[in-house]
Write a protein that binds this ligand. Structure first.
Ligand SMILES: [Zn+2]
Ligand SMILES: [Zn+2]
Length: 344
C-alpha cells in the first residue's frame, strides 16, 4: 500500500509497497479516506517529537475494514475518526480524568513510533475511535482533531457570564475558538488579525469586533472595546512571541489567559510575570481534551460548529509535498489541506 514515511530529519518519502498493518486484538484496520495536514507534522519531521521512522498524520478519518478479536463497539463499515492518544495506561489519575494525553505511557498516532494517517490503511485500538454522523463528510472528519483541541479547551475551561473574549489567530485553531466561544454567548468576541484578508474570515465565524493590527493600535482598540479594562479572557491560537506576550499583558485584572498556539522550540518569550502576579491573572495551557469528542461531533452535525469551508484544498497522497508547501506558504484564505490516500 501507499504510505508517506518520515525517514530522516526533514525527510519524508513516499512508498508504494509499504506493508499493510495487521489487525491486533482490540484494534481495527481503517481504510483512510481523509488525513488532515497539520503544522505539528512539520515539527515531527523536524525531529521535535522523537526519532524516525514513522508514517506521520494524526488527523484521521475513514472506514473500518477489519476488526480485531474482542472489539465490541465497532464493526466493519463504520465511518470513524481517530482520537490521537492511541495508548495509555487507562488507570492513572490522568487517564481517569480525561487527560489520557498526560499519562506517562501516552503514545500518539502519527508520532514516533505509531504509524498514522498518511497511508492507505492504518490501525488503532477501538478505545480511541469515534463514530461520525452521516452528515459529516470524510474531509470534515479528517480535520476534526484540529477542531477538537480548541473546542475541548473551551469545553474544559468554560466561558464566564458577560465575558469579553480576545482571540489571536485565524487559522483552523483561531476560527474554531471563535465558533466555540460564540456558542457560550459571551458579551463580546474581539479578534486580532494581521492581514486585511483575515478580517472577513473572523467576522464570518462569529467575531463581533475585528482589529487589524497592521493598521490599528491593538492595546488602544482593546481598551476601547472593553470599557477601559481589557478582555476578561484572552486566547492565543497563533503561538508567536508577540501574540503570547500580548495575550498576557492586555488581559483585564483578574482575567484568564488560554495559551494554545505552540511556539517553535527555543523561542524566547519575555513572559510578563509581573502582570500575571500584580493583575492576578490565571494562565491556562492545553492541547486536547478527549472528553469533548461526542459533543463536538454532535455540534458539527447540527451545524453549530461549521467546518465545511475549513478544507481549503485536497491532495492525492503522492502530492503530499504540495500540501505541505501550501501549509507553509499559508496563502490568503487558506485554512486546511487534506490528503486523500485512495485518490488516483
Ligand atoms: Zn495536529
Ligand atoms: Zn495513564
Amino acid at each position: 500500500m501507499k504510505a508517506v514515511v518520515f525517514e530522516d530529519i526533514n525527510k519524508l518519502q513516499l512508498h508504494n509497497d509499504y506493508p499493510k498493518p495487521e489487525c491486533k486484538k482490540g484494534w481495527v484496520i481503517i481504510k483512510v479516506m481523509a488525513a488532515g495536514v497539520c503544522a505539528t507534522d512539520l515539527d515531527i519531521v523536524a525531529g521535535d517529537f522523537g526519532n524516525p521512522p514513522v508514517v506521520i498524520g494524526h488527523e484521521i478519518c475513514g472506514d473500518i475494514v477489519e476488526v480485531g478479536e474482542g472489539v465490541k463497539n465497532f464493526k466493519v463499515g463504520d465511518r470513524v475518526v481517530v482520537e490521537t492518544v492511541v495508548k495509555s495506561c487507562g488507570h492513572c489519575e490522568y487517564c481517569l480524568n480525561g487527560n489520557k494525553h498526560l499519562c506517562k505511557d501516552a503514545i500518539e498516532i502519527g508520532f514516533p513510533n505509531i504509524d498514522g494517517g498518511y497511508e492507505q490503511y492504518t490501525t488503532c485500538p477501538e478505545s480511541c475511535l469515534h463514530k461520525l454522523k452521516d452528515n459529516i463528510s470524510y474531509d470534515e472528519g479528517g480535520i476534526l482533531e484540529a477542531v477538537l483541541c480548541p473546542y475541548g479547551l473551551i469545553y474544559r475551561y468554560g466561558i464566564k457570564e458577560n465575558e469579553i473574549v480576545f482571540i489571536q489567530g485565524t487559522g483552523v485553531a483561531g476560527l474554531s475558538f471563535i465558533q466555540t466561544v460564540k456558542m457560550y454567548n459571551p458579551k463580546k468576541i474581539i479578534v486580532a488579525v494581521r492581514r486585511k484578508e483575515s478580517v472577513d474570515l473572523a467576522y464570518k465565524y462569529g467575531a463581533d469586533v475585528v482589529i487589524n493590527t497592521s493598521e490599528e493600535d491593538l492595546e488602544k482598540r482593546l481598551l476601547e472595546e472593553s470599557d477601559g479594562l481589557g478582555p476578561s479572557l484572552s486566547i492565543d491560537a497563533a503561538g508567536a512571541k508577540k501574540t503570547i506576550e500580548d495575550a498576557v499583558k492586555l488581559t483585564a485584572k483578574g482575567g484568564r489567559v488560554i495559551l494554545y498556539g505552540l511556539p517553535r522550540r527555543n523561542t524566547q518569550i519575555d513572559f510578563p510575570v509581573n502582570d500575571i502576579i500584580l493583575k492576578q491573572i490565571t494562565v491556562l495551557g492545553g492541547t486536547n481534551n478527549e472528553l469533548a469528542w461526542d459533543a463536538l461531533i454532535d455540534d458539527v452535525s447540527k451545524g453549530k460548529i461549521n467546518i465545511k469551508d475549513f478544507v481549503s484544498k485536497t491532495f492525492k497522497l503522492e502530492d503530499y509535498e504540495k500540501a505541505i508547501a501550501l501549509l507553509k506558504e499559508r496563502p490568503n484564505g487558506f485554512i486546511k489541506a487534506v490528503l486523500h490516500p485512495w485518490e488516483e
